[in-house]
Design a protein around this ligand. Structure first.
Ligand SMILES: [Cu+2]
Length: 436
């Protein structure tokens, strides 16, 4: 499948960018790199423009800013679905299917070797804009927190929508981590250039598989009819315009495909599960906020933020909405540009202990892939004045730390960069709190 894929990518790369079946057109459907959509349409089509490019390009959801986070999964399913049909036709093999990159398996966290090995720079699947070591077959988690930093914890969310939903947790967590672990800010690590790397499609095929797996376990997609009626424009394998509706992309069976293997929601350790009730109760009584008087700069050095007990009124307000889950809420995430690194987050990590994802203190990994707002001209800076928020589910972590007596009375949150961020990134956060 991958060999046939390489040949099809080569054909698409050799096709004029004005053709909807070209590599450039398909890439730009996700997002147009600098100098941006209008400039590229003018360059390629002249002043009269092109209606189809106007409708299709820069439609990636929700990374353009101001978009519904719930659109992330169906838009990318549509994108991958029509791309697969295009590649299938180019291969001439009616049985061709898009492979997935199974990176949550710790044994499969190196870039599949077809993407760098054969032919070096002449390989159509090779791209130079990947992080150091990635094109040598080093696992993308090396230096990024270790194998556990690519986990399926998002599947523990039983609701789909909104900030605490599965869709947003998968987008901001595993999905974004794979982007920034794999590519630099000129490649997979940044929205406008991401889909120019052929591995983008193997990555998003796997993200689609995570969604299908979550549904297979009985979790339900939103039923809101206004949401389901939203449409997006793509082209089929003949280059003909198609209008795809969200409601037709919520289930894979009617689309005529399935996965060889599905994934399972990680289970809490039995002992930890037993401790959840008491730890959650203890947390509920002591929901805490870190005092962050001004935005905290996320540089190349770890930061440690003490969590102090929240004012009674704030704690009571948070308690009113408790769902039995406790989250570490990191608010006001902003950056001027992609930092090119991620930040691993820990609760009460003792000094001297390695900041890796196999630590019982590990909570999750924050990346800025979706934080940067993109407009036509590939503009920089964060969405909105508030910045982005990440909710990391700490229910199991708290229970396990409490069970092992590893949680202090005055817990701290450690935020540890995976490397030195780009000089102009200026990444900051504005608040850290435990919410119920
Ligand atoms: Cu993506």
């Amino acid at each position: 499948m991958t060999t046939k894929y390489a040949a099809a990518v080569q054909t698409m790369m050799g096709t004029k960018a004005t053709d909807p079946l070209s590599w450039v057109w398909q890439w730009y459907t996700h997002w147009t790199p600098s100098p941006g959509k209008s400039a590229e349409i003018l360059r390629l089509f002249g002043p009269s423009g092109n209606t189809l490019a106007q409708q299709m390009w820069n439609t990636c959801q929700p990374h353009g800013g101001g978009m519904n986070p719930d659109n992330f999964l169906p838009w990318h399913r549509m994108y991958v679905y029509f791309f697969e049909r295009i590649v299938r036709k180019l291969t001439g093999d009616a049985t061709w299917t898009l492979p997935y990159w199974d990176y949550t398996d710790p044994a499969r966290q190196a870039l599949p070797d077809a993407f760098y090995k054969p032919g070096g720079a002449t390989n159509p699947l090779y791209r130079p804009n990947r992080n150091p070591g990635v094109n040598d077959g080093t696992a993308i988690t090396v230096g990024n927190g270790g194998p556990g930093a690519l986990n399926l914890n998002s599947m523990k969310q039983t609701n789909y929508s909104g900030a605490t939903g599965f869709c947003n947790a998968l987008d901001g967590g595993l999905h974004g981590n794979v982007h920034v672990f794999t590519g630099n800010t000129q490649g997979m690590g940044s929205v406008p250039t991401a889909a120019g790397d052929p591995v983008f499609w193997f990555h998003h095929c796997n993200i689609d598989r995570v969604w299908a797996s979550w549904n297979k376990e009985g979790n339900k997609n939103p039923t809101d009819s206004t949401w389901q009626a939203q449409t997006f424009v793509f082209v089929d394998e003949n280059g003909q315009r198609v209008v795809a509706t969200i409601k037709d992309f919520l289930d894979i069976a009617p689309l005529g495909y399935t996965y060889k293997e599905f994934l399972s929601t990680p289970k809490s350790a039995p002992a930890a599960a037993a401790a959840v009730a008491s730890a959650a109760g203890a947390t509920a009584a002591t929901l805490r906020v870190a005092s962050v008087p001004q935005p905290v700069a996320l540089t190349g050095k770890p930061v440690s933020l003490p969590l102090q007990q929240a004012p009674a009124a704030a704690a009571a307000g948070a308690l009113a909405s408790r769902s039995g889950q406790t989250y570490l809420r990191i608010g006001g995430l902003k950056a001027d540009e992609q930092p090119g690194v991620a930040y691993n987050v820990f609760l009460d990590l003792p000094a001297g202990q390695p900041p890796t994802a196999d630590s019982p203190h590990y909570v999750g990994t924050v990346n800025f892939f979706g934080v940067i707002a993109h407009t036509d001209g590939d503009s920089h800076g964060s969405h909105g004045a508030e910045g982005d928020t990440r909710l990391l589910n700490v229910t199991d972590t708290l229970a396990e730390l409490a069970r092992r007596n590893l949680l202090s009375d005055t817990p701290t949150v450690q935020i540890v960069p995976t490397g030195e961020p780009q000089a102009k990134a200026n990444a900051t956060l504005a608040s850290v709190s435990l919410v119920g």
